[in-house]
Design a binder for this molecule. Structure first.
Ligand code: AHR
Length: 325
């Protein structure tokens, strides 16, 4: 649903244009600046809420008028939002695609309307050239690599000869799900100790993380050595399920998560998670700078990845600074 603040702002801009048009006032008072339409996936995680907050903060700091829509986890809602941005003739459209497929028609409409499109956080799959200008988001493949490299080091440290892994994945057909899975699988592929017992879709949400963990415990029980979970929400859902058994997460089962939001870092400090790979939601400044460049007709980089790190029981976790999301 469109936020009322954004509506009010847009109304003021329209009123300015209308007033100056009627009175013949100086043209410079009618400059509406950059109008950016942004379609967010939803509010499924602390990461997503932090990402929304960062984009809103950044729009205000850069003086960008933001038309923000929350799609509540629906691709259909995102497509409708993009159509509304086209109808409003925004200067630039940005969106975080919930899944990779199914965007061609609406993006062709944006292209025909001459509105540049920025992908934020996640990528799309398409056979058509020139539908989007650039992608600003994490290197999810590398996040999977970092998670697997940690596990290999941990297995060495503990002298493990056989490592049974269960994987709770993010939303099927989404970029972080596919790339976190591929980066992890490719990195453990040459290590004969590593076996993935099962990968199961947890949709990036806490309740599904709990459900998946219940099923995995019923199916594999004490054979599970490692839980590799594609985000903190699913990890935080899985932990209480493990704690209902006689196994202790962080000790009997190695827990690896991704995002590194505050709640997961607190649990890492308690020793119930072993490793959290960072995925930063702070993409707002890059988005505003890129949108302003596009409005000015300048070239932009095709892919912008933030630098990310790993937090784990290999380090002094008490020194980790507050995360802000
Ligand atoms: O696309 C980024 C992922 O989406 C984050 O890891 C997850 O928490 C969010 O829902």
């Amino acid at each position: 649903m469109l936020r009322s603040k954004a509506y009010r702002l847009f109304g003021i801009l329209l009123a300015l244009v209308f007033i100056t048009g009627c009175t013949g006032a100086a043209e410079e008072t009618a400059d509406p600046g950059l109008l950016l339409g942004f379609s967010q996936i939803g509010s499924e995680s602390a990461w997503r809420i932090g990402n929304t907050r960062d984009i809103e903060r950044s729009a205000e700091e850069y003086g960008v008028s933001l038309m923000f829509e929350n799609a509540n986890q629906s691709q259909e809602n995102q497509i409708d939002a993009i159509r509304r941005f086209i109808a409003y003739k925004v200067d630039v459209i940005a969106f975080s695609p919930i899944v990779e497929d199914g965007w061609d028609n609406v993006l062709l409409e944006a292209k025909d309307a001459g509105i540049p499109v920025i992908l934020v956080d996640r990528d799309i799959k398409t056979e058509i050239d020139g539908l989007t200008t650039c992608l600003i988001g994490a290197d999810f493949y590398n996040e999977g690599v970092m998670a697997a490299q940690y596990l290999i080091r941990k297995a060495d440290e503990l002298g493990l000869e056989n490592v049974n892994i269960v994987e709770i994945t993010g939303t099927e057909n989404s970029t972080p799900m596919e790339q976190r899975q591929a980066g992890f699988a490719d990195t453990i592929a040459d290590d004969p100790r590593m076996h993935i017992l099962e990968s199961i879709d947890g949709d990036f949400i806490t309740s599904r993380g709990a459900e998946c963990m219940r099923y995995l415990l019923e199916t594999y029980g004490e054979d599970i050595d490692v839980v590799y979970s594609h985000n903190d929400e699913m990890t935080l859902g899985a932990l209480p399920e493990i704690e209902k058994t006689n196994m202790v997460p962080g000790k009997d089962i190695i827990i690896i998560s991704i995002d590194a939001g505050q709640e997961a870092i607190d649990v890492l400090k308690e020793g119930r998670i072993n490793c959290v790979v960072e995925c930063t939601p702070n993409l707002g400044d890059e988005l505003m700078e890129t949108a302003l460049r596009l409005k000015n007709g300048e070239e932009v980089e095709a892919v912008i990845h933030p630098v990310e790190q790993i937090f784990s029981d290999e380090m002094d976790v008490s020194a980790i600074e507050p995360r802000g999301y």
